[in-house]
Design a protein around this ligand. Structure first.
Ligand code: PPS
Length: 309
């Protein structure tokens, strides 16, 4: 993908942005997805990755962009220049995303790239196109603790003018608990990949571990992908992918998406990048209700999230 492709992508968004609007959700096998995605669902399901393609799977706002940058840099031996040639969403296409023409879909972008490609998805395991498993593609899954994930999604749904209106905070917490947001239930999502991780080539990471010890997590990703870079390169990757640097980098902070789509004056894409921001949002009553519900929804698994409380 060249700088020219990145420019024509931005141009296409500019042209189409007048017709972009907050979109309804339509269930696919019980999972609510944005209507534009559902329109091309058959092509998404039929997607055949190359065995060398790498998939980054996350529930929205769990640390996808961060992981995309880390892996892209690992694949380029820490070469910041190579990774600054185009915005994240061009270098590492979003498998299922679809918008009105002339904006290219994720599938359109992928067709133009040669494997190994770095592919992003928010699809839950149950909706993952079977080609990824049949071809044994490596999957890096990132999970973030439920309350911080919810807070981050709330701000994002306010600023992303194509997602359904989030409504007030109180109602949003309940929508999250009921799995009514785009891409469905956080609980089913984190459990779906967790339960498959022993059987498949899945590296299961936590946002909180990335924050606590980014160096160790970058090394784990490197080993999982059968890559080998020097200690100096690892240090460089950790530095380039710090929150501060990614927030300032126009190739990673989504500033290439026009405000008619991502209205970053409402909330920046690189918002806070912290663990525990939920404490600034949940009332004591909401914490009680949320945690009682969490116990029920997560009772069948023991996923070691660091910071539920
Ligand atoms: S998306 O739209 O689903 O792809 O969003 P995603 O990238 O998964 O999540 C965005 C949140 O991740 C934070 N972020 C980071 N945190 C720490 N360090 C780095 N480098 C980093 N990059 C992105 C981003 O700020 C969003 O979290 P919040 O809590 O809203 O700040």
């Amino acid at each position: 993908m060249t700088e020219k492709d990145a420019l024509s992508f931005s141009q296409a968004i500019m042209e189409a942005s007048a017709s972009l609007t907050r979109l309804p959700l339509i269930p696919v096998k019980g999972v609510p997805l944005i209507s534009y995605i559902v329109e091309i669902w058959d092509s998404i399901w039929a997607f055949r990755p190359d065995p060398s393609d790498i998939l980054i799977a996350t529930y929205p706002k769990a640390g996808t962009t961060w992981t995309q940058e880390i892996i892209d840099l690992l694949l380029h031996n820490g070469d910041a220049v190579a990774c600054k040639q185009a915005p994240t969403h061009i270098r590492s296409p979003f498998l299922e995303i679809n918008s009105p023409p002339p904006i290219p879909s994720g599938l359109d972008l992928l067709k133009k790239m040669k494997p190994p490609r770095l592919i992003k998805t928010h699809l839950p395991f149950a909706l993952l196109p079977p080609g990824f498993l049949e071809n044994n593609c490596k999957i890096v899954y990132v999970a973030r603790n439920a309350k911080d994930n919810l807070v981050s999604y709330f701000y994002f749904d306010n600023m992303n003018q194509c997602h359904p209106e989030p409504g007030p905070w109180e109602g949003y917490v309940h929508k999250f608990m009921r799995g009514e947001l785009s891409w469905g239930s956080w609980y089913d999502h984190v459990k779906g990949y967790w339960l498959e991780k022993e059987k498949r080539d899945i590296l299961y990471l936590f946002y909180e571990d990335l924050k606590a010890n980014p160096r160790r997590e970058v090394e784990r990703i490197m080993r999982f992908l059968d890559l080998s870079v020097s200690d100096e390169v690892i240090d460089k990757i950790v530095e380039i992918t710090s929150f501060k640097n990614m927030k300032e980098n126009p190739m990673t902070n989504y500033s290439s998406i026009p405000p008619s789509v991502f209205n970053q004056s409402v909330s920046p894409f690189m918002r806070k990048g912290e663990v525990g921001d939920w404490k600034n949002h949940f009332t004591p009553e909401q914490i009680k209700i949320f945690e009682e519900d969490y116990e029920k929804q997560m009772k069948d698994v023991n996923i070691p999230f660091r910071s539920l409380i």
